[in-house]
Design a protein around this ligand. Structure first.
Ligand SMILES: [Cu+2]
Length: 219
């Protein structure tokens, strides 16, 4: 075989080898891409599972918390209950107080304050010990008593008469109305400027008061 023939044979042999190598490269690339995608999917699923399942000993999420996009609505609506908190107890140890669940089982003695400094205005009430030594202390309030809105929001407040026979409620700049137990009275307004808007009950001062905090519009 002369040199020319040898060269032609080499070229003929090389072509299938190059083609095979090219196919292997393409297949290998495809496998790598698929592998990478599978890995990414696994990571994504892993993260999703982790974020939903992983909690610390306190029950709080440890990482990858879910992302929440808060509502941008400018309509704000709140339900405000009229309530009073009651502390009922007894000045006699080991005497059951039929008015207080705390004394079942028996509650240690609690004596009312000797010189009460309870403000006048109707918001507080202390009932001195009765014949079995039971006494109680009451404080009126709104629940919630603080609300935060943004300047320009349309604010709707539903006042709910839950506890207390009736209330005379004023919302600064809006008006005054009576509210009886079992009634719901609704007021609406635009919070035009930043600042605070007070609401209160004139029968139960000084503590039955609330505040609407109006945050300035961001520029
Ligand atoms: Cu009141």
């Amino acid at each position: 075989m002369n040199d020319n023939k040898k060269a032609k044979t080499k070229i003929k042999t090389a072509k299938p080898i190059i083609a095979a190598a090219a196919i292997i490269t393409i297949v290998a690339s495809a496998v790598m891409i698929l592998g990478t995608q599978t890995q990414m999917l696994q990571q994504a699923f892993g993260q999703r599972n982790y974020s939903s399942n992983s909690t610390s000993s306190t029950g709080a999420a440890t990482s990858n918390p879910v992302v929440v996009n808060p509502s941008q609505t400018t309509n704000k609506e709140f339900w405000i209950n009229t309530v009073h908190l009651d502390g009922a107890t007894s000045l006699r140890a080991a005497v059951a107080n039929p008015l207080s669940a705390q004394n079942t089982p028996l509650h240690p003695a609690e004596v009312p304050p000797a010189n009460s400094t309870i403000p006048t205005g109707g918001g507080f009430r202390i009932v001195l010990p009765n014949k079995v030594g039971a006494w109680d202390f009451r404080s009126f309030t709104f629940a919630p008593d603080q609300i935060v809105v943004n300047q320009g929001d349309k604010v709707t407040l539903h006042f709910i008469g839950v506890l207390g026979v009736h209330h005379i409620i004023t919302v600064d700049g809006v008006g005054t109305f009576a509210l009886h137990r079992g009634e719901i009275h609704t007021v609406s307004f635009i919070a035009n400027n930043p600042g605070s808007i007070r609401f209160w009950c004139s029968l139960h001062l000084p503590n039955m008061v609330g505040e609407i905090l109006v945050l300035p519009k961001s520029v």
